[in-house]
Design a protein around this ligand. Structure first.
Ligand code: ATP
Length: 234
């Protein structure tokens, strides 16, 4: 039985001489939402790519639902993981509905659920319009819908609310709450710590690839040696 949806032990990742992630231990339970914080270059995106199995650790182990994340078994679990990248490439001449259908085919998901997903992210009305005319918030909602295809057990969101309008941000955290209630695990990287209050169980702070703090928002407020810009956002 898998206790943790995601389990990292002693994970290090080097790009040549550059150590991007340095000896990270991190366990994520079912239904848990954890935020990854840290300055630019702290290692947040690298950690997400390691969990996705897009890159292999230089040392240590990354387990996704009990399997090596970059191993062959993980390929069969592609539908158990949903990913919202920091920058989403959406084709401007496709409509919202066509875009989601494209991703559903890629993920071998039935198209029948797409209308409900578009409604869930609040873009049913715009589903027949081309994505090229969408606002940033609408594009992000559509990208979120593709991450939710197949009801994944693990969701990885890379700076999901950066530049979003307040209504889209609110909707995003509502969906995070639903996901947690359904037992899915959410890991999100962010610079916007102040808006996380009540939405995450813990915040993990990275600095130069190392974990320097791991706790609830109120616990972190008492950690004296956090980088000043992170302290100010708590
Ligand atoms: P940001 O908030 O800017 O996205 P981050 O916390 O996600 O930053 P990473 O993108 O994981 O940080 O980068 C961690 C370190 O690894 C940085 O020093 C970065 O320059 C380096 N790095 C990341 N990807 C590569 C790569 N493909 N090749 C070489 N170095 C890389």
């Amino acid at each position: 039985m898998t206790t943790f949806h995601v389990a990292l032990s002693g994970v290090t990742k080097d790009y040549g001489k550059q150590r991007a992630v340095d000896g990270i231990d991190l366990n994520l339970r079912p239904g848990e939402c954890v935020a990854l914080a840290g300055h630019n270059g702290a290692g947040k995106s690298t950690l997400i790519k390691l969990i996705l199995g897009l890159i292999r650790p230089s040392s240590g182990q990354v387990l996704l639902l009990g399997h090596e994340a970059s191993g062959s078994a993980a390929v069969r679990m592609r539908n158990d993981i949903g990913y919202l990248p920091e920058t989403v490439a959406l084709h401007p001449s496709l409509t919202g509905a066509e875009t989601l259908a494209f991703y559903a085919r890629l993920k071998r998901q039935p198209l029948a659920n797409n209308a409900a997903l578009l409604a869930r992210v609040g873009i049913s009305q715009a589903a027949k319009r081309r994505v090229g005319g969408y606002s940033k918030g609408m594009r992000q909602r559509l990208a979120l819908a593709q991450a939710l295809l197949g009801a994944p057990k693990v969701l990885l969101f890379d700076e999901p609310t950066t530049g979003l309008d307040p209504a889209s941000r609110l909707l995003f955290y509502e969906i995070v709450r639903e996901l947690r209630n359904n037992g899915s695990t959410v890991l999100l990287s962010t610079h916007a710590l102040a808006e996380l209050d009540g939405h995450t169980d813990r915040i993990v702070v990275l600095k130069n690839g190392s974990k320097i703090a791991d706790g609830s928002m109120s616990q972190l407020r008492h950690v004296a040696d956090l980088p000043i810009r992170i302290r100010l956002r708590l």
